[in-house]
Design a protein around this ligand. Sequence first.
Ligand code: CA
Length: 272
Amino acid sequence: MGSRREERVKITLPVFTSSEWPPHYDAHMPGARILIVEDEPQLRSLLRLYLERDGHQVTDVGDGMAALAAFDADGADLVILDLMLPGMQGEAVLEALREGGGVPILITSAKRTDAERIAGLRLGADDYLAKPFNPHELTARVAAILRRTRPPTAAEEGILSLERGRLVLDPASRRYTLTGADATGEPVPVAGRLTPGEAALLVALARRPGTVLSREVLLEAVARRPDEVYERVVDVHVANLRRKLGDDAGAPWLIETIPATGYRLVASRDDS
Ligand code: CA
């Protein structure tokens, strides 16, 4: 027939229509559990001091194996990870942490070129702070990550679902289940977990289906740091989402690239 395949994405946002998701971090909440992985003892102590001052519970370790052991034993709400470590490299630690779930990860590293930053973010880090840095900058980044990754309270809990692909995202765990998304119509169940950045990006797109959102707007949704604009972060998150959800940049059913502008969630309008 050659007729264009009907794209139909129905969006339901039962809970987050009026309040923002992810919700803001509540300053009255108990501090987060933060795992510092840093082989330089002085810097490690300094970071611990600053984070404890902010009310966080801090565990610090000097190498990757100790980091994975500490994470296995006690978990963490956020990991601050140096990349250049003795023994196991930070990149390998990051991958191992990612396999264990969606804990937010902030990379601190002397590797500071754009390519190195992008490589870290592509592995699934949530933010990247180049050394040397001001400890206040680190605590600000930590607060920003916690704001956008804190699990919703019971009142905020809900399901974001996209029909046609039947994509269901649980914002608390960021686990998703996707069925029937294959371009040929074959039901193909896929399940996994999004990073906080990927989930925030998907939610931002899903709230305005069919609307083109610029990289700037999307960066604001995922990073909330318009002063530090490296918009390729958005491209990295979109690429990761497409890979996880089986979307095809060349024939997208979920996220369409608008050249030189940004992205939009593919959706039909009921005006025919
Ligand atoms: Ca180091």
